[in-house]
Design a protein around this ligand. Structure first.
Ligand SMILES: [Zn+2]
Length: 314
């Protein structure tokens, strides 16, 4: 009852204002405390003050009577203990996505279909085939009709952006061939173009990349289309930013300098890696452990500055 802005993020993950630090006094809607499940117990973590404790300790803090009940049940109640967890009605995440209705998901295409072959050739993990789609007329589907000559119409791979509840709010169309631009993102709602919100566990460290397909190769990661990392709604300490490996791109270097100035942790790829993005790295060496490389080459502050100066080729 006394947990402000309490909400269910997904199964086994709940978010609310931290009762220890009070979260931000200035921003009443900031909520950085989380209950998350590990094995059979719930734990607490605040991404503002860093407090990490058990579910019962939080109950003890907010309501000592409830805590006594909880302990009684936990020690004497045997299987009754789950009753002390408030019951939540799970929102219906399995609603239809009207935007995707006219498209065919990759898992429903047969092996000889060029779109399926494209996805397979990029070695995208099979578990994602059911939420990647083939769109035969992208401009028409995305309503980018009027300004584009008809002959430029072409098929694209559609990658839906879902919010925390699973609802589609944007989608990216990736060209199968050399059509430009290679990526085209359409918004159905006015929200920052962040991909992967329906899958990440916000109680854990996050990796943030540029390309949605790249993010499918890294556990607990998001992709920010348009690389607008300044508007990430997460604490800086919680994220590692992974930009493409382009030491000759002025734009990338500028972005990296900006991120370092703003105290973000980011990856500066070693010279031994030639590939431009994560997908290409996986293709060149299917056994490479991308996460291990990322964790080995992530830097911040002065070290990042020095590494960047050494890495850039312009
Ligand atoms: Zn806190």
């Amino acid at each position: 009852p006394r947990l402000d802005r309490f909400k269910k993020v997904r199964d086994n993950l709940f978010n609310f204002r931290c009762p220890y630090c009070g979260d931000s006094q200035k921003f009443q809607n900031k909520a950085r405390g989380y209950f998350y499940r590990k094995k059979d117990d719930f734990f607490y973590k605040c991404h503002n003050c860093g407090v990490g404790t058990t579910f019962s300790k939080v109950i003890q803090l907010i309501d000592s009577e409830l805590y006594k009940e909880f302990c009684k049940e936990k020690f004497y109640g045997d299987k009754e203990e789950e009753k002390t967890l408030p019951t939540f009605t799970a929102p219906k995440f399995k609603k239809k996505d009207p935007q995707l209705e006219s498209l065919t998901s990759i898992n429903k295409l047969n092996g000889s279909h060029p779109a399926r072959q494209f996805v397979e050739s990029r070695q995208i993990p099979k578990e994602f085939y059911s939420d990647l789609y083939f769109c035969s007329k992208f401009f028409e589907w995305a309503h980018i009709g009027t300004t584009v000559p008809r002959r430029q119409e072409h098929p694209r791979l559609v990658i839906p952006f879902r919010d925390e509840t699973g609802e589609v709010f944007a989608a990216q169309g990736r060209a199968f061939g050399n059509e430009t631009p290679k990526y085209l993102t359409v918004k159905f709602q006015d929200k920052p173009k962040i991909f992967g919100l329906d899958r990440v566990d916000l109680s854990r460290h996050l990796y943030v990349v540029e390309g949605p397909l790249d993010s499918l190769f890294i556990d607990n990661s998001l992709a920010v289309a348009g690389a607008d990392f300044g508007h990430l709604p997460y604490e800086k300490e919680q994220v590692t930013i992974v930009l493409d490996n382009e030491p000759r791109s002025r734009e990338i270097i500028k972005r990296m300098e900006h991120l370092i100035e703003n105290n973000y942790e980011l990856v500066i790829w070693p010279d031994s890696i030639q590939q431009k993005d994560i997908n290409d790295m996986v293709l060149s060496d299917p056994k490479c452990d991308i996460l291990k490389i990322i964790n080995k080459y992530k830097f911040s502050g002065l070290t990042a500055k020095l590494k960047l100066a050494d890495w850039k080729r312009i």
